[in-house]
Design a binder for this molecule. Sequence first.
Ligand code: GLN
Length: 483
Amino acid sequence: MELTSLTASQIRDLVTHKQVSAEELVRAHLDRIEQKDKEVRAYLTLCPDRALAQAKKTDRLIAAGEPLPPLAGVPAAVKDEIVTRGVRSTCSSRMLENYIPPYDATAVERLEAAGACVLGKTNCDEFAMGSSTENSAFFPTRNPHDLERVPGGSSGGSAAAVAAGLATVALGSDTGGSIRQPAALCGIVGMMGTYGRVSRFGLVAFASSLDHVGPFGRTVRDVALLLETIAGRDPRDSTAADVPVPDYAGALGETVSGLRVGVPNEYFAGLNPQVGDNIQKGIELLAKLGFKVVPISLPHTDYAISTYYIIATAEASSNLARFDGVRYGFRSREYTDLRDLYEKTRDRGFGAEVKRRIMLGTYVLSSGYYDAYYLKAQKVRALIARDFLEAFEDVDVIVTPTSPIPAFKLGERVDDPLQMYLADIYTVTASLAGIPGISVPCGKTKGDPRLPVGMQILAKHFDEVRLLQVAHAFEKAGGFEVA
Ligand code: GLN
């Protein structure tokens, strides 16, 4: 039995029936990381002691015949944007290179309370800004399907870890696509819940009105299991919604054929033809499964990228003001006065993309430009959200490509920020609207190497059950023939 390719639900059965111990599972993953992660470079920091201590706790429960928590023995990875008590949490930035948080994020706390074993912290774009994980201050992560290519981003380390068998499941963060897009490029499942579905406590803030913590897994069921573990009210995050958390995994079996699936025509222009082909076949498969496919229109889609990059940078410029060399994180050693301390610290601590966004965000918030850019973007955001609300009067879910392109080569887009921003063209709309989205594998491209393609499914606010059910039905159908 290959312990590093199991799903979380398989692990639960095996561990419960004493066919494998939690410690064996953790050790098998640590061994594989030692061999494989030299190439993939998904992890920034490992915490083997923490994972093993947690595994031993599970094994003692098993020995005592006690009931097991739902993720007992499941090896997990956590994006370095999410803080972990006593374990270095860098956000892939020099600014936090040596930062050891004194507390755990709520999602991490809940994951461990459910028995998961956190193996380590994964690489990402600096402060989650990027679509390829190349903006990490430390090193890029590589796509396990082709090491010359990016894993997507910003949660590229988490996606690559799950795809390469270096963790069974992982946590990422999604502000404009950072879970869904790398899931698509790495051929796994990744989900962003409704805004407020999962607490952001302990997620280092990038753009607070758009930030989410969410799960990665190899199957829809694993993602459902993880989501129900981490979701729900949290007194430490006032935006974590007080909405009951359904049994997402339990709901997967229900029949959903007959639901109406909307396909927005705006999402098929400028698409890589191979990606387009696969998504088309995916939609045909949904029709065969009994879903009613309905063409729809989301007329403000064209404005999404500019709206997102105004709002996200405005919020980032405010959130990142806290990294001033005084309170925590990196501080420049040379400085003449306080202003010089701020300037040198921020100049040396932040990478190029982070600085670019702070400048852009400061600009759109400055008096004189605020009305023209920031305020206008807020109004357009409302129109984009309204597009979705109107569409959901006629359909139950919406299906689109997750990314316009499959995994691109390392270095191909780094010098062209606009090209990089366009990688999020299909994911930022749901982020702006606050609705949930998932990316599920939808075949591979032709040729060599064959690269994974992801299909995005979107649903109404707090309709994660529907979303997961459709994703599960699609996954269960087992794909389609690629000519
Ligand atoms: N790639 C997008 C950006 O750079 C989204 C990032 C994210 O979701 N964290 O802003």
